[in-house]
Design a protein. Sequence first.
Length: 152
Amino acid sequence: MLENVVQDAKFTFLMQKHIEELIIHFFEKEQNFGILCKIDTVSFDPPLPKEINSEFRTLTLFFLAGYTFETAHISGDTLIFEAGFGSENFGSIVSVPLLGIMQIIIDETPVFINLASYKKKKEFIKKVDNNGVKNSMDSFLSNPENLKFIKK
């Protein structure tokens, strides 16, 4: 089932790595490109004025060319670039998690489509409940040979 694939941690990791490698390749080739992003994953520093921010759609296209392309770089799992917005060219540093990029576009043609379900890193960390630890310790102690590992 497709849902199982796109939510799989290994698949998500592979998609993120592929996005990173493609963007680095385009940087090296000095190839301008666009990224179609889930706007709710994007952050702006300083924050954009409400009248500009309200114009963004759920999926928003950013085109990296000129100064924006020159400032673009990858830091960790995030694409960062400077851009100007609105008629006043309001400057802001844009941070986009690589997995928030849904498409990479060159000359109006998608060259990459991300199918992975974006999740923040915190969501990938599985919490260990106390019952699991207790059950694990009970299993460990049920074997008499393991008692020699317990400090008295």
